[in-house]
Structure formats: structure tokens, C-alpha cells
Design a protein around this ligand. Structure first.
Ligand code: ZN
Ligand code: ZN
Length: 397
């Protein structure tokens, strides 16, 4: 196996320039969620040039298979997301976004080009492993209901079914050259809450003739935090935040209604359902007890992301072999959401982070910002590492 390790590392180094060129192409041609039409064609073309057949899925997604020897032995899936964000890029780079108001500000150009690089490596060593690698290029990570959920609905995890799935995401807080893993719960579910609190407006000098929705909404917001502090199991991370409170009255006008919007995040599906039910009951009950009413609407987001502990530990150990112990770090729980989570509820999964930060070069800006960028040295790491991890997993009985 050590000669294969060396071979993959050499291939990764030789092909890094091609991965960077692919990343720059995708970066300058970003497309919004569910509109990855040119990206889809680009991915297909790259795979066809490698002699890998493709299949379309989820409208703008691509599935491809790389069969090693004894292809029915085992299947491992590798996933990359392909969509960009509605952000105007402010980086002054030659490969700057050419699509006004659209930018690869979450690194999905890196994920896609990295998986193409992984495919290139796997295709060159396919005589040296047993089993099948299934490549999933998915649309719309950034937009509900999430491309991953549609990929699954359309059978991406069947015919053949993988025993494990790997996904990677850029990390702006991890130095380039390092990667991070976390076993078990890693990222949160995220549901959007939309509340309309209705009362009866009127003159601010005569509150007795009104039903004040501002006071009702204030009570609701305070009481709902008690669900997090009093009803939730303290061992489970969970967050409730409200970022919008619209009451269009005036100094002397009590409005008819108030709109509140917030996010509820959790790392346990049972608690997620229970917490939402308790919030709805409490909000409606408080409004009613004060003479008003509350419409409580939940836009369901992604589930929480759970990394299979055994698979993740195996991948972490394989990463240490590939990169050295100093370059593999442990991740903290993160309350952001990611649609890779859908896969993790169907199949053993490992979602890990690829470091892209470089303080010396000033590459420090976070994802979803107009000046986000990566140190492209990450594309010397990501493709070969993923190929190595996938082959390690296939090599297990
Ligand atoms: Zn994002
Ligand atoms: Zn992302």
C-alpha cells in the first residue's frame, strides 16, 4: 500500500496545476443554486475527457462511477457541491467572477475542482484498488430544500448503494496544508421561524382600547428562550436567535401586528421536533392569553450533520498516514448547517474540513463574504487526500 500512497501523492502534485486551472474556471463562471447548467456541462466534459461516463441527476447534478478491479466488492461515494452565492465579488484577481452579483464565496468551486482532481487520480490508479467509487456532483447546497435531498430522492444513494460517503469543505480558520475531522455530531439542523403576532392597533395614549402586539411579541421572544434553557437536554447543543422584529407603529401608534423572524438550530432530530412543537404552543398560548393571536410558520431546513464515528476515525487515521500527524486536527462542533447532513442520515458519512487559510498572504476572510478567497495550495492537498481516503475505505473487507 505504501507504493500506492507515494504514487497518489506524486500524481496529486503533478496534477495540482490542472486542479487550480479548473478551480479558476469555475470561480470566474459561478452559477446560483439550481442553475448550475454550465457547471454541469463543464464537469461532464472533464469527466468524459478522462474516459469516465456520466449521468445527470437532480436537474443540474452529475453522477459518475469509477470502477476498480472487482467493482462489486464495495462502493464508496464522494460528494462535491457546485453552487455559488448571490454576492458581488470584490477580490481583484484574474479569475474574478464574470457573472455580476454571483460569486463562489463558499468554496464550492474548490470542492468541485478538487473532486475532478480526485477522479483524475482514481482513474489513473483504478487497476490498483478493488471496488467502485461513486462521484456525486450536486447542485444547490446553499438553498432550501438543498440539492442533497433531491439527489437522494432521485436515487443517488442507490444502484449501487455506497456503504460510506465522504465530503469535504474549505475552512478559512484552518491553515492551508492541514485538514480537520470530528466524529459524531458536527453541524446543526437549521429551521427558519416566521411569526406574525396579531393584536389591535390604535392610539398610544389609549392602550386599554388596543391589543398591543409589540408587548405580546416581546413576551414570546423572552419565553421562547426558556425552552432552550429549561426544556432542552443540557448535553445537546441548540440555538434560538431572532434577527428580525418589525413593528411599524410610531411613538404614539400601536400597530396591528408584529413580524418576528429567527433561526432554531439543534443537533438531535427528536429535540428538534419537540422544541419546535413547544415553541409553537408557547407562542400561540401567550398571544391568546393576552387577547391576540400568533401565526407560527416553520420553514424546515437541513437536518443536523452526524459523522459516523468509526468511519470518521478510520478516515482521520488514513489522513494522518497521507499528511502526517501535525497536519490533521480535531474540529469543534459548529452550529452552521450544511445539506451534506441529508446523506449522513442515510449512510455512514464523514464530512471533513480542508484548510485554506494563509495569514502571510492575507487570505483570512470568511466564507459568504465578498472578499473570501483560498490559498490554492489547498488544491495540492484536497484531491489526493480524498482519493487516498476512498481507496483506504474500499480496502476494508
Ligand atoms: Zn455556504
Ligand atoms: Zn459551503
Amino acid at each position: 500500500m505504501s507504493s500506492l500512497l507515494k504514487k497518489i501523492q506524486e500524481l496529486a502534485e503533478q496534477q495540482a496545476h490542472a486542479n487550480i486551472a479548473a478551480r479558476r474556471h469555475l470561480h470566474s463562471h459561478p452559477e446560483l443554486s439550481f442553475h448550475e447548467f454550465e457547471t454541469q456541462v463543464y464537469v461532464e466534459k472533464q469527466l468524459h475527457e478522462l474516459g469516465i461516463p456520466t449521468q445527470r441527476v437532480a436537474n443540474t447534478g452529475v453522477i459518475a462511477m469509477i470502477e476498480g478491479k472487482n467493482p462489486h466488492k464495495k462502493v464508496v461515494a464522494l460528494r462535491a457541491d457546485m453552487d455559488a452565492l448571490p454576492i458581488q465579488e470584490t477580490n481583484d484577481v484574474p479569475y474574478k467572477s464574470q457573472n455580476p452579483g454571483v460569486m463562489h464565496a463558499c468554496g464550492h468551486d474548490v470542492h468541485t475542482s478538487s473532486l475532478l482532481g480526485t477522479a483524475r487520480i482514481l482513474q489513473s490508479v483504478k487497476e490498483e484498488f478493488e471496488g467502485t467509487i461513486k462521484l456525486l456532483f450536486q447542485p444547490a447546497e446553499e438553498k432550501a430544500p438543498g440539492g442533497a435531498s433531491i439527489m437522494i430522492q432521485e436515487g443517488a444513494l442507490q444502484n449501487p448503494s455506497p456503504t460510506g460517503i465522504l465530503g469535504q469543505h474549505v475552512a478559512t480558520n484552518i491553515p492551508v496544508g492541514k485538514v480537520g475531522f470530528r466524529e459524531g455530531m458536527y453541524m446543526a439542523s437549521a429551521d427558519e421561524l416566521y411569526l406574525t403576532v396579531k393584536g389591535k392597533g390604535g392610539h398610544g395614549a389609549m392602550p386599554d382600547q388596543c391589543i398591543d402586539p409589540i408587548l405580546i411579541a416581546s413576551h414570546i421572544i423572552i419565553a421562547m428562550q426558556q425552552i432552550i434553557s429549561r426544556n432542552k437536554n443540557p448535553r445537546l447543543p441548540s440555538v434560538l436567535s431572532f434577527g428580525k422584529f418589525i413593528a411599524e407603529g410610531a411613538t404614539n401608534v400601536i400597530p396591528n401586528e408584529v413580524k418576528i423572524e429567527g433561526t432554531f438550530r439543534a443537533m438531535d432530530e427528536e429535540w428538534r421536533a419537540d422544541g419546535l412543537a413547544k415553541m409553537k404552543k408557547l407562542a400561540e398560548g401567550i398571544a391568546e392569553s393576552m387577547g391576540g393571536s400568533c401565526d407560527f410558520f416553520v420553514l424546515k431546513g437541513y437536518p443536523f450533520l452526524k459523522n459516523n464515528p468509526e468511519l470518521t476515525l478510520r478516515m482521520k487515521e488514513a489522513a494522518i498516514v497521507y499528511m502526517g500527524e501535525d497536519n490533521v486536527i480535531d474540529l469543534d462542533i459548529w452550529m452552521a448547517a450544511e445539506d451534506f447532513a441529508f446523506y449522513t442520515h442515510h449512510v455512514d458519512a464523514c464530512f471533513y474540513r480542508l484548510g485554506t487559510r494563509n495569514d502571510d498572504k492575507g487570505i483570512v476572510n470568511g466564507v459568504h463574504t465578498p472578499n473570501f478567497n483560498i490559498d490554492e495550495k489547498a488544491l495540492h492537498v484536497g484531491p489526493g487526500l480524498m482519493a487516498w481516503l476512498a481507496i483506504q475505505e474500499l480496502s476494508l473487507a
